[in-house]
Write a protein that binds this ligand. Structure first.
Ligand SMILES: C[S@@+](CC[C@H](N)C(=O)[O-])C[C@H]1O[C@@H](n2cnc3c(N)ncnc32)[C@H](O)[C@@H]1O
Length: 283
């Protein structure tokens, strides 16, 4: 079977069984073929008539069956790309989102990449944010933490995978076990979805760990803890960066103001929705 035939078969199967539009099926088929054959898009297009060995065809059709059971591709592949880094993943951790790359961009734009700074990534999951930062800020010390032991083990694997000597990980319930030191940057993409939010019923989210998504007090409980406690862990002029929900920016702006933060900035995600807030601690 050549790549083109396989591509058409995968698309057909995904459209018929998952009700994907032809564009959606085309994109998913591309992801599956690129991942399985370990090639990029250009290679795929240029080699449409290349014969694929039977064992590969079987692996690809197994991925398609898994996908038809509605499992997200990231959990099927056991890895996903974030900030151009391949990260190992299991259903114990959230699938890192492209929107979250915004936090990394903001930090890279605001701080000297050569700087010897201390960075803390709270609720690190797969390690996505902290690992991307550790990879960009080679002289920084980056500490990752998560309440979930499974998450910290996955983050550890990803640190080793990318050979980052400047990144370490520990288990902690927010700040409870964080060493008594101060950071230039604290960043977090915490759980922020209200337990009654209907988005939790969305197909993609059903497979992800609920404790990575849901927060009490209408989605604000964890964000409130982080904003209140961060000042004790920030160096003078240090900055806190938080990702939050599409309808939370006003309240979060107020929380930053109430907790001694200045120079508060709010930034839009790829869809033009305010999803990140940062602020500097008043000296
Ligand atoms: C939305 S996920 C973000 C994961 C990752 N940072 C990312 O952006 O892909 C939130 C993470 O916060 C962690 N978390 C939840 N409650 C926590 C707590 N009390 N202390 C520390 N981490 C917590 C979850 O285990 C989960 O990994």
């Amino acid at each position: 079977m050549v790549i083109q035939e396989l591509d058409l078969e995968v698309r057909k199967s995904l459209s018929e069984n998952l009700g994907l539009t032809s564009r959606e099926a085309e994109i998913e088929s591309r992801f599956i073929l690129e991942h399985s054959l370990n090639v990029n898009h250009t290679y795929l297009i240029k080699n449409y008539d290349l014969v694929i060995e039977a064992s590969k065809v079987k692996q690809i059709m197994n991925f398609v069956s898994d996908r038809i059971s509605r499992k997200p591709l990231a959990y099927i592949f056991k890895e996903w790309k974030f900030y151009d880094l391949r990260l190992h993943l299991t259903p114990d951790v959230l699938i890192p989102r492209q929107d979250t790359e915004l936090l990394v961009d903001l930090i890279i734009n605001q701080h000297d990449e050569q700087g010897k700074i201390d960075i803390l990534d709270l609720g690190t999951g797969s390690g996505a944010i902290g690992i991307a930062l550790g990879n960009s800020f080679k002289n920084a010390n980056v500490l990752l933490s998560d309440i979930s032991l499974n998450a910290t083990n996955i983050a550890k694997k990803n640190i080793l995978r990318h050979k980052l000597k400047n990144v370490s990980v520990m288990q902690s319930d927010w700040f409870t076990k964080i060493p008594n030191k101060r950071f230039e940057v604290i960043v977090s993409n915490p759980p922020y979805i209200d337990e009654f939010d209907l988005h939790l019923k969305d197909e993609g989210l059903l497979y992800e760990p609920q404790e990575a998504l849901i927060s009490k007090q209408g989605g604000y409980a964890d964000i409130i803890k982080i904003i209140k406690l961060s000042p004790k862990f920030l160096k003078p002029n240090g900055t806190l960066y938080i990702e939050h929900g599409y309808n939370q920016h006003e309240k979060i702006n107020q929380l930053f103001l109430n907790n001694n933060f200045i120079k508060i900035k709010q930034n839009e995600d790829l869809n033009g929705i305010i999803r990140a807030t940062s602020g500097k601690i008043k000296i």
